[in-house]
Design a protein around this ligand. Structure first.
Ligand code: DC
Length: 238
């Protein structure tokens, strides 16, 4: 059965993109934002930055009270670099764009992001960022919690094998030592934690458009979202 597509009378000004690990939210989100002339915010970088701070300050991941205090006392600034629309992140005034992609952060970010007080303080930041509109925001809970009023909610889907293949290709560019089975296992363990946590688990909003990206290029996915944002069927050119 074909999924009915959301039709808006107006151009969507707030676009939420959610989905599991390595489904292409940031790549596609950046492309959509650039086509529409909007800002792009990848909320995963904020959870990653807090994880980096916890590692630096040697805060144990099971000390929820300390993690909550730390998140309440952290400032963020997200800027978009001109070239590829990537988010640079300043935390407490310091650029941590590189650090948030490091292996220790990758391994532990789901432990930090399951703490409900951590989520509450980041959601407040994210809602403040969204006030101006003309924004594509990507994450796990954007359509369900952060921006339930979003004009367009997309939930990206692809099988774990397809997502692991994409992430493996991406990592291979950085290190020839990367192992596909490890990439798949990491991805499945993070998915599992994100889906089964108590606070804002990963799930599509009831009014989200589920976009199966299996076998589609990032360009093709971005085109579909862009068309939907303009109130057209996803099959039309944006
Ligand atoms: O999208 P990402 O892989 O950079 O996200 C890193 C982690 O942050 C992810 O495993 C779950 C968490 N996250 C979240 O809980 N809510 C969001 N809105 C964004 C990310």
């Amino acid at each position: 059965m074909t999924q009915p597509y959301p039709t808006g009378a107006k151009k969507a000004l707030l676009i939420a993109i959610d989905g599991p690990v390595a489904v292409g939210k940031s790549t596609v989100g950046r492309m959509v934002a650039s086509r529409l002339g909007y800002r792009f915010v990848d909320t995963g970088t904020m959870y990653r930055a807090l994880t980096w701070k916890a590692i630096e300050q040697k805060i144990p991941f099971d000390d929820e009270a300390a993690l909550s205090r730390m998140s309440a006392n952290t400032t963020f600034q997200l800027t978009t670099t001109g070239k590829n629309g990537q988010n640079n992140i300043l935390m407490d005034g310091k650029d941590v764009t590189q650090q948030v992609r490091s292996a220790p952060v990758e391994k532990s970010v789901s432990l930090v992001s399951k703490v409900s007080e951590v989520r509450e303080s980041l959601v407040r930041h994210q809602r403040r960022i969204a006030i101006e509109g003309r924004l594509v925001m990507a994450g796990r809970d954007i359509g369900t919690v952060v921006l339930p009023q979003a004009d367009l909610k997309i939930f990206l889907a692809a099988s774990p094998l397809e997502r692991a293949r994409r992430r493996y290709q991406e990592l291979l560019g950085q290190s020839p030592k990367v192992n596909y089975d490890e990439v798949l296992a990491d991805l499945q363990s993070r998915d599992d934690m994100d889906i089964h946590r108590q606070a804002s688990p990963l799930k599509p909003a009831t009014d989200a458009y589920i976009l199966d990206t299996e076998g589609l290029s990032a360009e093709q996915v971005a085109n579909k979202i862009c068309a939907l944002a303009l109130g057209k069927p996803p099959s039309e050119t944006c």
